[in-house]
Design a protein around this ligand. Structure first.
Ligand code: HAM
Length: 438
């Protein structure tokens, strides 16, 4: 017996039927429009990259647990891109000397990570990436925050729907100096901070004990994780005689952000360090304020040294990734999803007698040349059938060419929103178009 195949897509991947694709197009249009409003140019890259591109700086979790990799026929170890930043860095390394700075680029690639599929996490997702290279800090970070906020506002979100949780890796490094950890312990400490909200306080204490022997130093680290604001941070640094230079950029960035109306959106969060290894300065994640959607909507930060893996000089970059899965969850939790059930069309052209077929096709063709979206009836259709079809789609106007109309060479129309109807000679489509535009 023949094997019956499953109709389900591969685990953690989605089939995007027209309804879902319409929603995705809507998201992508907003993303592209806002990125372009800030002067960012689109780019794209390959789906496959040599694995070593990610080994260099992406971080343990991505490499050990999440990467899809295989040997190609030429015995090269390749990976399906799990993120875009290494590809972007490679592309920038090729051209940055010839382009004036800052370089502002964006892309919306699909990425694959071997994850346990759950709410907000799939194996394939699309991710808006917006990055700026060669701009001073914190100008670059603040521009990126502004862009993210404008993008959410463009979907109808309000300031109380989302917030930026921000930290600076240099602040964590100042703590690490104080804790006097080895390079390996430092790395583990970063991973522990990254997970600290996902584990129990007991687990946190146990893991911290393994890393930091001195109870005094452990309490400094625990105090750090309780900090809630830049004011707290400043006082904590004073209390423990820590050098405050590492606070300068974040303070400046918050100050600039406040002057640009972002004040209520920006929060200091000591637990944000980001799981990827290449970040060097300010790092952030944007969270939904709704308790039903706990995952980060987007994350990013500044990375000054990624180009060095290609033997280039350091060129500071700042950027973020925003996933389509978490974005849809966000829009849904705030009732901001557009209606995408029906296909949007300007005109449906029908004919009621066979002889009118060519005339109807000609009308449809002329209307399409006016940039209208026009669907054509596939055969003779009764008036009633045309109206019921119009109900299933989102059509602005209907055109009919019946027996009488064909004989006298005119057509009938109905504009559905206003219920206005009438007729025009086939030769006077222009007049109909003028009416339609009104
Ligand atoms: P990331 O934090 O790994 O950063 O991913 C950014 C966003 O992509 C997440 O906040 C989430 O919305 C979405 N995302 C990630 N993994 C999944 C998944 N398995 N399923 C659904 N959504 C997911 C990066 O990838 C950095 N390369 C971003 C960046 C660009 N940094 C600088 N420039």
């Amino acid at each position: 017996m023949k094997k019956i195949l499953t109709k389900a897509p591969y685990k953690g991947c989605r089939d995007l039927f027209p309804k879902e694709k319409r929603l995705q197009n809507y998201l992508f249009q907003h993303m592209s429009q806002v990125a372009q409003q800030f002067g960012y140019e689109p780019y794209d890259g390959p789906l496959l990259e040599p694995v070593e591109l990610y080994l260099a700086k992406s971080g343990e979790e991505l490499i050990n647990e999440q990467i899809y990799s295989f040997m190609d026929r030429g015995e090269r170890q390749v990976a399906i891109r799990p993120e875009m930043t290494p590809t972007l860095a490679r592309m920038i390394a090729n051209v940055h000397r010839e382009i004036s700075k800052p370089i502002r680029w964006y892309s919306i690639p699909n990425l694959m990570r071997y994850e346990r599929p759950q709410k907000g996490r799939l194996r394939e997702h699309w991710q808006l990436n917006v990055d700026i290279f060669g701009a001073p800090s914190p100008f670059a970070e603040v521009e990126i925050w502004q862009l993210i906020a404008e993008l959410f506002f463009s979907f109808g979100a309000k300031s109380n729907h989302f917030s930026f949780q921000i930290n600076d890796r240099r602040i964590v490094d100042t703590l690490l100096e104080k804790l006097a950890l080895t390079q390996e312990q430092r790395y583990k400490f970063y991973k522990l901070i990254d997970r600290c909200k996902k584990i129990t306080p007991e687990q946190l204490t146990t893991e911290l004990e393994q890393l930091v022997q001195s109870p005094q130093l452990r309490s400094i680290a625990l105090e750090y994780l309780q900090l809630n604001s830049l004011k707290d941070l400043s006082q904590w640094m004073d209390r423990h005689h820590l050098a405050k230079e590492s606070m300068a950029t974040i303070e400046q960035a918050f100050h600039m952000g406040a002057q640009l109306g972002l004040e209520t959106l920006l929060c200091y969060d000591p637990s944000i360090v980001r799981g990827l290894d290449y970040y060097t300065g300010l790092v952030f994640e944007v969270f939904d304020q709704s308790p039903d959607n706990r995952r980060a909507l987007c994350g990013g930060g500044s990375y000054d040294r990624l180009l060095e893996i290609f033997g280039d000089q350091a060129l500071p970059g700042v950027g973020f990734g925003l996933g389509d899965v978490t974005l849809v969850d966000f829009l849904s939790s705030h009732d901001l999803l557009p209606k995408t059930e029906k296909n949007n069309l300007d005109i449906y052209v029908s004919y009621q007698v066979e002889e009118a077929q060519i005339a109807a096709l000609q009308v449809a063709q002329a209307l399409r040349r006016q940039q209208l979206q026009v669907e054509m009836a596939p055969g003779v259709q009764k008036y009633k059938k045309v109206f019921s079809l119009a109900d299933q789609k989102d059509i602005k106007a209907l055109i009919f060419i019946g027996e009488e109309e064909f004989k006298k060479q005119y057509f009938q129309y109905k504009i559905l929103a206003t219920q206005e109807q009438g007729e025009y000679p086939l030769a006077s489509l222009d007049e109909f178009l003028t009416k339609l535009k009104k």
